[in-house]
Design a protein around this ligand. Structure first.
Ligand SMILES: Nc1ncnc2c1ncn2[C@@H]1O[C@H](COP(=O)(O)OP(=O)(O)OP(=O)(O)O)[C@@H](O)[C@H]1O
Ligand SMILES: [Mg+2]
Length: 291
C-alpha cells in the first residue's frame, strides 16, 4: 500500500465517511467453545498481538458481552471507535474500530449492550449472517480478522461462525472440555448442512496444560487423537500464572512476561497456525517484529 492510501486508511478511523473498499482479503477466524474459561479470550488477544507485531493488519472483534478483550487490552487502546452494535443492528456497515498502541492492531469492542442486541437479533430473519454482511468492507482492509466468542452457541457465536473461514477451538485438558469440542464440531456440521456454510476447523488447541497432571493429560490426549486426529495442534499452552497475571494487568503476555513459557507458547501457536490460516499475503512466516 502506498503512503497516500495508508494515510487515507488511518484517517478513516477518525472521520465519519462511508468506508471505501480496500485491496485486502482478510482471513476470518472464530475462536469458540461453548465451555467457559478455556482460554478463548487469552488466545485471541495473544494471537492478534503476535500477528500484528509481524506487520499483519489485524482486526480483533469481541463478540462477548463480557467485553473481556477491551479489559485485557485497556492500557493499549489509543482511540475509541464506533459500537459493534450499530453494525449488528444494520444501522451502519461502517465498522470503525478502536486503534491500539500497535500500528497494525484494531479492536471492534463489545459492551454490555451486546446482550440486548443478541436478543433483538434472535428475532431477525437471516440472523446468523448479519456479521458476515457487516464485515464486507472491513474484510478488504485487514489481513486477518479474529472473533472472540461467548461461552455459548447463541446468536452472536453463530454470527461469528458464519462470518468466519476458520475455527479455532481451545480446550482445557478436562473431560468436560472434550464434550465442548464435540458440540462445536456438531455445530459446524449443522451450519454446513442447513445453512451451506463451510467452516474449516483449523485446530483444536490444548490450553492450561499442566505437565504435572500426567494421567489426565494422557487420557484427554488419547481421546483427542482418536476422535480428532490431525486437528489437534502441536502447541500446548501451559497452565501459567504469568498468563493470568497478564490478563489482570491488562497486557498481552509478550509485554507482561515476554520470555515466559506462556509467551513462547503463543509465539509457537502463531507460527503453527500460519499455514492453516491461508492468509492472502502468505508465504513464509515473517520473522521480524515491526511494532
Ligand atoms: N494458560 C493459562 N494459564 C493460566 N491461566 C490462564 C490460562 N489461560 C487463561 N487463563 C486465565 O483463565 C481465565 C479465563 O481465561 P479466558 O478469559 O481466556 O477464557 P475464556 O474461554 O475466554 O473464558 P469465557 O468463556 O468466560 O469467555 C482468565 O483469568 C485467564 O487469565
Ligand atoms: Mg472470553
Amino acid at each position: 500500500m502506498d503512503l497516500g492510501s495508508r494515510f487515507a486508511d488511518k484517517l478513516r478511523h477518525f472521520i465519519t465517511l462511508p468506508q471505501e473498499r480496500g485491496l485486502k482479503r482478510a482471513t476470518t477466524i472464530a475462536v469458540a467453545s461453548n465451555k467457559g474459561g478455556v482460554g478463548k479470550t487469552t488466545s485471541c488477544i495473544n494471537l492478534a498481538v503476535a500477528y500484528a507485531q509481524q506487520g499483519l493488519d489485524v482486526l480483533l472483534i469481541d463478540l462477548d458481552p463480557q467485553a473481556h478483550v477491551a479489559t485485557s487490552l485497556r492500557t493499549y487502546l489509543t482511540h475509541t471507535g464506533h459500537s459493534l452494535g450499530d453494525v449488528l443492528l444494520g444501522r451502519s456497515n461502517d465498522l470503525k474500530p478502536m486503534t491500539t498502541r500497535w500500528e497494525h492492531l484494531f479492536l471492534a469492542g463489545s459492551d454490555k449492550e451486546l446482550s440486548e442486541i443478541e436478543m433483538i437479533l434472535g428475532t431477525k430473519i437471516g440472523k446468523e449472517f448479519i456479521l458476515h454482511k457487516g464485515l464486507e468492507i472491513a474484510r478488504t482492509h485487514y489481513d486477518l480478522i479474529i472473533c472472540d466468542c461467548s461461552p455459548n452457541l447463541g446468536t452472536l457465536t453463530l454470527n461469528a461462525l458464519c462470518a468466519a473461514d476458520k475455527l479455532l477451538i481451545p480446550l482445557d485438558m478436562s473431560a468436560l472440555a472434550l464434550e465442548g469440542v464435540g458440540d462445536m464440531l456438531n455445530t459446524v456440521e449443522t451450519l454446513r448442512t442447513r445453512l451451506g456454510r463451510s467452516l474449516e476447523v483449523c485446530g483444536i488447541l490444548a490450553t492450561r496444560y499442566d505437565k504435572r497432571a500426567v494421567q489426565m493429560n494422557q487420557a484427554v490426549e488419547q481421546s483427542l487423537f482418536e476422535l480428532y486426529g490431525r486437528r489437534l495442534l502441536q502447541t500446548r499452552v501451559p497452565q501459567s500464572s504469568a498468563l493470568n497475571k497478564a490478563h489482570m494487568a491488562g497486557q498481552p503476555i509478550f509485554e507482561f512476561a515476554g520470555s515466559s513459557p506462556g509467551a513462547k507458547a503463543y509465539r509457537d501457536l502463531a507460527k503453527e497456525l500460519w499455514q492453516h490460516l491461508q492468509i492472502a499475503r502468505s508465504g513464509e512466516y515473517p520473522t521480524h517484529a515491526v511494532g
